[in-house]
Structure formats: C-alpha cells, structure tokens
Design a protein around this ligand. Structure first.
Ligand SMILES: Nc1ncnc2c1ncn2[C@@H]1O[C@H](COP(=O)(O)OP(=O)(O)OP(=O)(O)O)[C@@H](O)[C@H]1O
Ligand SMILES: [Mg+2]
Length: 512
C-alpha cells in the first residue's frame, strides 16, 4: 500500500539542540500509528513539521506520493492534516459551536451584508458531534464549563470540521480519566474505519497496544525503528524508548508510618468539597482517586489555601490552623505540585534555574540578595536528579518539551523540603524512565518522613505507590483501602456514581 504520508531524512535544529536528526516516518490510510519517545525526544517537533508549524531544516515530506512544503498550519489544514496539540487550544469563554467553527462559520447574506448564520452553525456543530457518536453535549455551552474529556471531544470535532484525512493527536489522554479514555478510543476507532490516518502520541504503553497498528520510536531526536505493534512486547518498547531495560516501574520502598502531619475534619467548600475528614501521616503516601470533577484537586486547593475552607478544621501535626492563602500553607510546610503546569506551576517566561528556586527563594536569600551559587547548584542538582532535558539551567521553560516542563514543576516543589507534599497528577505527560525516577523520589521522601498526598488518574500508579487509597465522588470521600486490600475493580466501582454502580451490578447479574 502506498503511504499517504511519508517523511524522509527530516532534521530540525533549535538553538542549542538538534531536536530531529535524519528522521523517517510513514503512514497509510486507516492506520493508527503511535509515536513514542522520552520527554524531549522530538515527537512534538516532528508533528509540528507535519502540520506546518515548523519548516524542517532538511528532508522531504510527501503527501499521496507528492512532495509538499507547508508555509504555515493553514496550508497543512487545507490539505487535510488536522492536529490536536499537546496544550489544548480552545477559547474557554466561547461556546462549543463557536469553537468548532472558529474562522469558518456558516454565513448568511442580507442584501449586500452577510452575517453569521447561528442556526446553521449550531446545527452543523450538532451534526459533527453526532457523526462522532457524541449526542450529550450542548453546543451552546461555554467551553469553560466542560470537563477535560468533553473539551477534547470538541477539539476533535473542530479538527474534523476541516475534513481531515490525517489526524494528529499529541498526548490526548494525558488529562483524561479511564472512562473518558475509553470514549476517546471509540472515536479514534470510528475515524480509522472512515480511513482517516491517525498519528497518536502517548507515554502510556498500554494504550499503544490497545489502539495502534504500528509504532515509531524516536530517541534523542534520532529515528530508532518502526514496528508492527502485534510483533512487539512492552519490554521491547521500553528498551527502544529509553535505550535500556527498566526492571521496576513502581519501586515503592517500605517506610515507617508515624503520627498525623495533616488531619482535616468536616472540611467544606462548596460546590466540590463536602464534609471531608481524612488524614495523612508522616512517612505515608496516601493516594487520592476519583473521576475528573470528583473534587480531588479542589480538596488539595482548599488545604493549600487557594480556595480556603468555608467550614471545618485543618490540623497540622495535631495543631488546629487557619489556612487562608498559599503563603500561609507554605509557611506551615505544605507544598503543592499543581495539576495544570501551564497556569499554576510555572512561570514559563523564566529560566529553569529561576523556576526551580522559586519555592525556596526565602532560604536562598541573604539580606536583599539571592545566593546565586546556591541557586545555581540547586538547579543543577534538580536537572540531574530528574534528568530534565534542557540545554542549560539558563534555558527559558517555555522552550522545553511538555514532559520536561512537568519535571521542572515537580523539581521546584521537591526543593522546598516540605512536611506535607500534595501532588496533583505528578507524572502526567512524563516518559516511562522519568516516571520511575519521580516515583523513586516520592518513595524516598516518604521514607525520610514526609507525608504525601498524591492525586492520580492512573490506577496502576495509585495502587503501586500508595500505602492507603482514598476515593472521592462528587465532593465526598466515599471509600478507603489499605494498600494490601485495594483492587482495581473495587476502586473503579467506588469512583463511579451510585447509579453507575447499580448499572454495573445489573450488567454483572445479567452476565451471570
Ligand atoms: N521552540 C523551541 N525552541 C527551542 N527548543 C525547542 C523548541 N521546541 C522544542 N525544543 C527542544 O527540542 C527538543 C524536542 O522537543 P519536543 O517538544 O519535540 O519533545 P517531545 O518528544 O514532544 O517531548 P514530551 O514528551 O516531553 O512532550 C527538546 O530538547 C526541546 O527543548
Ligand atoms: Mg511533546
């Protein structure tokens, strides 16, 4: 079969880094082709070349066997290449329909004038969503009110409104929970049946096995290989991605659990924190599971003082405290690695060094001066420890790959040596090697007596890392499991609503 898309000898240089070096990639119609590689391997750069964001320094690209050069993303779109980037790009204050038809809304003539034909636009948006089997999304709703999963469906609909033949998805599942992932996969398979070729980037290997036909691996900007997924094992892929074998992906170390560091009693902040009582002890890793929107991040933000509690009590090491803002929380030894690195975690225009030291600036400051040598060595240490791929500690964070930005956020808070560390999706978008490294660090910190509250949508991560697992649903704590009594089935059942649970039971009894 002739490939629809073929790239040969592609190279791309950025200041200080060869992002791509002589890379090959090909894809046929109706193929789901996974693109794998460590953080900074060059995946996003490659798809930005395909979608016309960057021009390659060298190499050729062929579409339907003919050479193409795109001067900008619109030219690529016009040729049927649709892209969903790593950072979602919808306008939150606009409606679903407005986002989908941004820039090409249907118009109606009024004599010499023309105006947007709103009814046609709403109808078009509904049809487009329906063609993806999405019937439960109100096209007049503002995007800001949607869950991440729904935002993503809107992104896909928007991309497809341009009649795509090639759909590129850069880590589409990084922010999704299990149920949303399954719905996304249904859409992807539907598109495959319609002969759309799909380039799929993810750090979750099991997704590659579930979804993809072929997989291409990049390492350090170099092409490693392209394989049939059916002919590879997970071990093969890990070896291709990191260039070595990783024996233990979740190296949880035994740790001595002592007294309470954090205890909250009847904590309430409407609408998503309802009468929550829980504790995290010194040396303990508590995993917080739940669907997106169940109130996990909101609970973390109440404890950290972003959105202070309306009622209830917070105790730190047994003493009742008031936490009205993040500054107070930090003074009490609480650190918070937020979910959304873009808006809460990083100052993207600042350098890696400056970001890493941000949370500990007070301890690096002598009088009015920052202790620069100490700041520099802290940055060097963090870069080494987390294997952050930056050409120097002086690089602006904006220019790092997505996963490496995440590592900077984690590094920044680890540097603050807190008593209580709250981490919200700490390994989102991070590659397998770095993930194991972050897990090892979390585990070591617990061993040193830190109390850790870890929010994660990846159940293997929650189950692998936690001493104890709490489950939230609709703003309440609904279940608690000790490490040795937790099972995936039990956690999923607790995560879903009562009605869903009844449905599951009904299905089970039907099956019996
Ligand atoms: N605009 C840019 N300017 C300078 N360097 C860049 C730019 N974009 C990417 N890079 C660098 O190019 C390399 C490849 O980055 P890229 O974003 O393609 O990685 P990736 O494989 O997508 O990683 P991740 O899994 O973390 O998203 C990295 O070293 C990155 O820092
Ligand atoms: Mg990327």
């Amino acid at each position: 079969m002739t490939p629809i898309l073929e790239l040969d000898h592609i190279s791309k240089q950025f200041p200080g880094v060869k992002a791509l070096n002589d890379v090959h990639f090909e894809m046929t119609t109706g193929e789901i082709h996974a693109l794998l590689g460590e953080n900074g391997a060059g995946k996003s750069t490659l798809i930005k070349i395909i979608s016309g964001v960057y021009a390659p320094d060298a190499g050729t690209m062929r579409l339907d066997g003919k050479d193409v050069h795109f001067n900008d993303p619109r030219e690529a779109q016009a040729r049927g290449i649709a892209t969903i980037y790593q950072e979602l790009s919808l306008y939150p204050e606009l409606t679903v329909a407005e986002n989908i038809f941004m820039g090409h809304a249907p118009r109606r003539k009024w004599g010499p004038f023309s105006a947007i034909d709103w009814n046609a636009m709403y109808e078009g948006a509904r049809e487009l969503l329906a063609s993806l089997n999405i019937h439960d999304l109100d096209v007049k709703r503002k995007v800001i009110t949607l869950t991440v999963g729904n935002r993503q469906r809107v992104e896909i609909a928007k991309a497809l409104s341009l009649n795509a033949r090639v759909l590129i998805m850069d880590e589409p599942t990084a922010a999704l929970t299990e149920t949303d992932v399954q719905r996304l996969f249904e859409i992807v398979r539907l598109l495959k049946e319609r002969n759309v070729g799909i380039i799929y980037i993810s750090h979750r290997l099991q997704e590659v096995f579930e979804l993809a036909d072929r997989v291409t691996v990049l390492r350090d900007g170099q092409y490693v290989d392209t394989r049939q997924v059916a002919d590879t094992t997970e071990d093969d892929l890990v070896r291709m991605v990191v260039g070595r074998t990783i024996s233990d992906l979740f190296p949880k170390l035994p740790s001595e659990v002592k007294g309470n560091v954090l205890e909250v009693r009847n904590l309430t902040r409407k609408p998503l924190t309802k009468n929550v009582s829980m504790n995290v002890r010194s040396g303990e890793i508590v995993g917080l599971a739940g669907l997106v929107g169940s109130g996990r991040s909101e609970l973390a933000q109440v404890v950290f003082g972003f959105t202070p509690a309306e009622s209830g009590e917070i105790l730190i090491e047994g003493k009742s405290v008031q936490i009205r803002n993040p500054g107070q929380a930090m003074k009490m030894g609480i650190a918070y690695v937020p979910e959304d690195r873009g808006t809460q975690g990083l100052v993207r225009q600042m350098k890696v060094r400056e970001n890493v030291s941000l949370a500990v600036l007070h301890s690096l400051t002598k009088g009015a001066f920052v202790d620069r040598p100490a700041e520099r060595s802290l940055a060097e240490r963090t870069i080494k420890q987390l294997n952050i791929r930056a050409y120097s500690r002086e690089q602006v964070v904006n220019k790092l790959s997505g996963g490496n930005q995440q590592k900077v956020v984690v590094g920044k808070w680890l540097a603050s040596k807190p008593r209580l560390l709250i981490m919200d999706e700490p390994t989102r978008g991070v590659d397998v090697g770095a993930k194991a490294e972050i897990h090892r660090l979390i585990s070591e910190l617990a061993q040193q007596g830190l109390a850790i509250l870890m929010i994660s949508s990846e159940l293997p991560e929650v189950m692998g890392m936690s001493d104890r697992i709490l489950v939230m649903r609709e703003g309440r704590l609904v279940a608690e499991y000790q490490r040795d009594e937790a099972s995936q089935e039990a956690i999923v059942a607790a995560m879903m609503s009562d009605t869903d649970m009844n449905k599951t039971k009904a299905v089970e009894s039907y099956a019996v």
